[in-house]
Design a protein around this ligand. Structure first.
Ligand SMILES: Cc1ncc(COP(=O)(O)O)c(C=O)c1O
Length: 426
């Protein structure tokens, strides 16, 4: 496979773009350097092409914003129609009203909505609203919630976040009601919000989400579900649709625009009304192309078997990978978690071995025309053939890895540079 152009552009980009990426998980540290493409150029349906013309089945799918598939016709049409009618207006556009009304039809708790561009806009806005509404400062969170100070200060990438800000957010472990209860009691009447991914890659144990909701209510904290991944994906109506638990507010991003930048904060009127008082305002908040895209995505979800096809192909992929892990005796080293629309492979040994296994799999997959970042985002446009081809490749890859590991020679397989973790283990 020739990736010469990618590598040449990489050298140029290093001089003008710090990290050579706008999104950490898309960067050169996340795929084996030297054997993986750095730059992509074109995308269609479930496939992408790199700058050297190599074609791949795309499994990261832009880190989740694509749910229908790249270059999806009805979204393209809605966006180009809107483009001819204007993109950025001087007063609110009627699409804002249409989308907010539609969200309130989809989500009973979503009585009012505000829009943003990235998931981070939504989570930061929801947290600010919760603080203003409760008059409290502390926030409890579980999962990943974006790049803003209030959250990233809790991670190993907290450089640049003031210590005083870091002290205001505490993390709690998923699926552990007792820990949450202790945190709430230790910080009695100081918690503004509990914000959490309703499901990351683990499913909640029985009663967990309801239990969190009860604890939030008891302690007067606003419950925010961060549905940036789960929204329109775990179920057509996200975690609310799947589990039936209504938060006070929810944040959506990624899939709602099928690749156009839009995020949503939606929630109960009583809390959302606080947006009259806080400042959540930016030039592109009401940008129309992305709202037109969101309406087209919702049309498609309502009228086509999007969810059903994703479930079907996603289940075959999930079960297939699980069987291959067993077949090649890799269950001590690779685990697959998640749900049909989004599965994630976890690798172990010690941290070093896990990253080595990840690197080898990604490198060998890329060599077989499969772009995989260790997880698979299944869209409406991925075909059965895409799934079969991927499983066929993993069968070969897992077999080779298993043999090499048994001989203690896994490292010899890797030709490129080992990938690194975005967040160090604390
Ligand atoms: C659950 C969750 N919340 C929030 C975000 C932040 O979204 P964005 O990167 O669009 O700002 C992400 C991004 O991956 C996410 O996965």
């Amino acid at each position: 496979m020739n990736i010469n152009k990618s590598l040449k552009l990489f050298e140029e980009a290093k001089k003008v773009i710090p990290s050579v990426t706008q999104t950490f998980s898309k960067g050169w540290t996340q795929y084996p350097l030297g054997t993986s493409p750095i730059f992509l150029e074109r995308a269609d349906k479930g496939h992408v092409w790199d700058v050297d013309g190599n074609e791949y089945i795309d499994w990261p799918m832009g880190l989740g914003p694509i749910i229908l598939g790249h270059n999806y016709p009805t979204v393209n049409e809605a966006v180009s129609r809107q483009m001819r009618n204007g993109t950025a207006f001087s007063l609110p556009h009627v699409l804002e009203l249409k989308l907010a009304k539609r969200l309130s039809e989809w989500f009973p708790y979503g009585e009012m909505s505000r829009f943003g561009k990235n998931g981070s806009d939504a989570t930061a806005g929801a947290v600010r609203a919760a603080r203003a509404y409760t008059g409290r400062e502390l926030v409890l969170c579980s999962g990943y919630h974006g790049w803003q100070d209030w959250f990233i200060g809790t991670t190993t990438r907290s450089a640049g976040v003031p210590e005083a800000v870091r002290q205001l957010t505490k993390t709690f472990p998923y699926n552990d009601l007792k820990s949450l209860e202790i945190l709430l009691e230790d910080n009695c009447s100081k918690i503004a919000a509990i914000i959490m991914e309703p499901i990351g890659v683990e499913f909640p144990v029985d009663g967990y989400l309801v239990g969190v909701k009860e604890l939030a209510k008891k302690h007067g904290a606003v419950l925010i579900f961060d549905e940036c991944w789960t929204g329109f994906r775990l179920d057509k109506k996200g975690a609310y649709g799947y589990f039936g638990v209504e938060p006070d507010m929810a944040c959506f991003g990624k899939a709602i625009g099928n690749g156009y930048p839009i995020s949503v904060i939606t929630g109960r009127r009583e809390i959302m009304s606080i947006f009259d008082k806080i400042f959540y305002s930016f030039t592109f908040g009401g940008e129309t192309l992305s709202m037109a895209a969101a309406m087209a995505v919702m049309d498609c979800l309502e009228t086509e078997p999007v969810f059903e096809r994703i479930q079907e192909n996603g289940t075959v992929l999930f079960d297939g990978i699980k069987n291959l892990i067993d077949k090649h005796d890799l269950d001590g080293n690779i685990r697959i978690k998640g749900y049909p629309a989004r599965n994630v492979m976890e690798y172990s040994g010690d941290a070093h071995d896990g990253l080595l296994i990840k690197s080898v799999i990604q490198e060998m997959a890329i060599g077989r025309g499969i772009l995989c970042g260790g997880y698979h985002v299944v869209t409406y446009s991925h075909t059965k053939e895409d799934v079969d081809k991927t499983l066929f490749a993993y069968d070969e890859i897992f077999k080779t890895i298993s043999e090499q590991m048994r001989q203690g020679k896994l490292k010899e397989l890797l030709k490129g540079k080992m990938v690194s973790a975005v967040f160090r283990k604390a």
